[in-house]
Design a protein around this ligand. Structure first.
Ligand code: 13P
Length: 245
């Protein structure tokens, strides 16, 4: 089955560098059998959307507002993202939870607004090192899912994706260590079944956190892992191409 591979460029590239990388990827990654999604920053989205047209690569956003329209200074409407050709939107990323104090109620509202606009939310969940070390990771993840998915209804399993990103494994953390493929697969199985209970549909689950060329094949071999959410390695053609292949 095709894997879904999402490049989260975060705020790592300037405008011109985003466009250059998008152009390079349309040439170098076209024709690969997996579904590949590029998520540039908001400013680059319209130009990257034009670059990706007819390339076979898909467009994603790194966030979207909790309402379609209104007096929300600085926000971007999911309806406008949809009109621009965006298919996926990352919501609840741990960096937004930490630095922008996004809580479960906001993430829940953003998921509902994104679905109403016809976008596919990629809900990020992941425990921090404290929960990991105290053996509380599973109850913590179950709570994150319960709050984020409260009252969320989807028609098809493919309408929503969940990404498991253990916060301690994300490469911007200087002590980050990737989880091994078997443990990741166990956690994803747990997340998928909890989410299936809440949604009454079994969503695709992705792994994210220090995915590199050297570990992608091990993760990919696990049937429950439906793909990856990739940060650092999505900024380098050689690395990202191996992960996407
Ligand atoms: P890294 O792949 O750099 O660890 O980032 C993961 C991530 O946060 C993707 O959303």
């Amino acid at each position: 089955m095709k894997k879904l591979i999402i490049a989260n460029w975060k705020m790592q590239l300037g405008y011109r560098a985003s466009l250059d990388l998008a152009r390079l990827y349309t040439k170098q990654l076209a024709g690969l059998k997996n579904e590949i999604v590029l998520c540039p920053d908001y400013l680059s989205l319209p130009a990257v959307s034009a670059i990706l047209k007819k390339s076979g690569l898909l467009l994603g956003a790194q966030d979207s507002a909790a309402s379609a329209r209104g007096a929300y200074t600085g926000e971007v409407s999911p309806a406008d993202l949809k009109a621009l050709g965006v298919k996926y939107v990352i919501l609840g990323h741990s960096e937004r939870r930490e630095h922008l104090h996004e809580n479960s109620a906001i993430i829940n509202a953003k998921i509902k607004a994104a679905l109403a606009a016809g976008l596919t939310p990629v809900l990020c969940v992941g425990e921090k090192i404290a929960e990991r070390e105290s053996g509380e990771a599973r109850p913590y993840l179950a709570e994150e899912l319960r709050h984020a998915l409260k009252g969320v209804k989807i028609k098809r399993a493919s309408d929503l994706v969940i990404a498991y990103e253990p916060v301690w494994a994300i490469s911007t953390n200087k002590d980050a260590k990737p989880i091994d493929a078997i443990s990741a697969s166990d956690m994803l199985g747990f997340i998928q079944s909890k989410a299936a209970n809440l949604l009454e549909k079994k969503p695709r689950v992705l792994y994210g956190g220090s995915v590199f060329p050297g570990n992608a094949a091990d993760f990919s071999a696990q049937p429950v892992i439906g793909g990856f959410l990739v940060g650092g390695a999505s900024l380098k053609l050689t690395d990202f191409k191996i992960i996407c292949s």
